[in-house]
Ligand binder design. Sequence first.
Ligand code: SAH
Length: 216
Amino acid sequence: MQDTFKHQGLRRKLIEEIRQKGIVDENVLSAIGKIPRHLFMDNAFVNFAYVDKAFPIGSGQTISQPFTVAKQTELLSIKPYEKVLEIGTGSGYQAAVLIVMEANVYTIERQQDLYKKTKDFLPTIGCKCHFFYGDGYKGLPKFAPFHKIIITCGAPEIPEELLEQLKVGGKMVAPIGGGNIQQMQLIEKISDTEHKVTTHGSFSFVPMLKDKDDSG
Ligand code: SAH
């Protein structure tokens, strides 16, 4: 499937919609405008690719709502060449936004079929990224520290091991809460022992799961 003028027009409308919902970072809006979201979706949902909603991507998971992707990205204040760790590769859409913003992205997915599919797909649209199959709770100590960390599944609490892998001065954005609704938290690491937390609205994510046996 191609990226057509029709898709580009739909993306311009989507950008206006998420701008009205409160996204102000032009770099984030411009990245959303460059990414053909319809190529990330299952065939059954391609016609809804530019509707501001989450959709199923198989394996019981979802591609995040564009507003949510924009919000998490905006909170991270991404700068070119920053090393960014993403937990929950899923469709690769959030990773693509970070890559278009010139971040150096390391992404972890715990479901093997999604890991494989996205690892094969992203390079076909020119997105270069480091893919890992495993448990995001552990992070990637071998590649730490990271300037930024983004969790794209609902974590019951701030994962301590990930906070350790964040640079001092770095930022982590994570939907925190055990139930169906999470609070979007921005965690700024002030020193090796201190961090500041601010909250940025309610969101609904699939849960961040611990090991690979309970995913179905
Ligand atoms: N960033 C994705 C959102 C996918 S939904 C996108 O843009 O499409 C969240 C993803 O987190 C799911 O694919 C799920 O399998 C994954 N996930 C859940 N728990 C995880 C864990 N402990 N480690 C890594 N990935 C996890």
